[in-house]
Design a protein around this ligand. Structure first.
Ligand SMILES: [Zn+2]
Length: 228
């Protein structure tokens, strides 16, 4: 079997997602040199880090962090693109295990009950076939012994939005629209909300405002990357 596998890789080498060199044994998705070169955000242990400051005065979050720093045309942008548009969902697993191990050791993170991914609309889901943050979120949930939940926070279609417009003017200013199935479901719980990249923070802000319709909820945020 081993010989067969080696032969297979000789003809169909599995290459590094960053530099395209063939991966050697024990390397997974990204080669060791590229892994060391990734721009780590290193903010999980830090109070008042950049992610937390990005939401000051906007929404009340208990905790915030990101794994990597995002730069336009940089390697992180390339990886996120592969994860989002090229079916490279396994990158989500890799990043989820990575950030999950950071979070597990982090004593300033509340004890998380539910890990909730930012939803994508069902039409987008049908087209892409997956939500790019699902596997990332599931790995983090596993690390924290928390429950993964993608059923409560939902994304709304434009038609559905029309009927909700009267409820709040805010809907008109936010590109992504979200709603919570049951505003009692997360009552008294600590939620870790997950997304891929924080750019303006508008998506996460919209999700938080919806989640905050729940009583006694705390919301923490973790993402793959942060645009500083
Ligand atoms: Zn590489």
């Amino acid at each position: 079997m081993r010989a067969f596998r080696d032969l297979y890789y000789l003809f169909f080498p599995i290459v590094c997602h960053c530099c395209n060199t063939p991966l050697v044994e024990n390397e997974d998705l990204i080669c060791v040199p590229c892994r060391f070169a990734l721009p780590l955000a290193e903010m999980t242990a830090t109070t008042d880090n950049e992610v937390e400051r990005a939401f000051y005065g906007r929404i009340d979050i208990a905790f915030g962090t990101a794994l990597l720093l995002y730069e336009r045309k940089g390697v992180v942008q390339k990886l996120i693109h592969l994860l989002k548009y090229k079916s490279q969902e396994d990158l989500g697993i890799l990043f989820g295990k990575w950030l999950g191990s950071e979070l597990k050791l982090c004593d300033r993170l509340p004890i998380i009950d539910y890990v909730v991914p930012v939803p994508i609309h069902k039409k987008k889901l049908q087209k892409r076939g997956y939500n790019q943050v699902t596997k990332f979120a599931q790995e983090i949930a596993r690390s924290l012994h928390a429950e993964f939940n993608d059923r409560q926070l939902r994304s709304i279609s434009t038609n559905e939005t029309q009927t909700l417009k009267q409820r709040s003017d805010r809907w008109q200013h936010v590109k992504e629209k979200f709603y919570l199935e049951d505003t009692r479901f997360f009552e008294g719980k600590n939620i870790l909300l997950i997304d891929d990249v924080i750019t303006t923070g508008a998506t996460l802000e919209a999700c938080c405002l919806e989640l905050q319709k729940t009583k006694n909820i705390t919301i923490s945020i973790a993402t793959i990357a942060f645009t500083s």
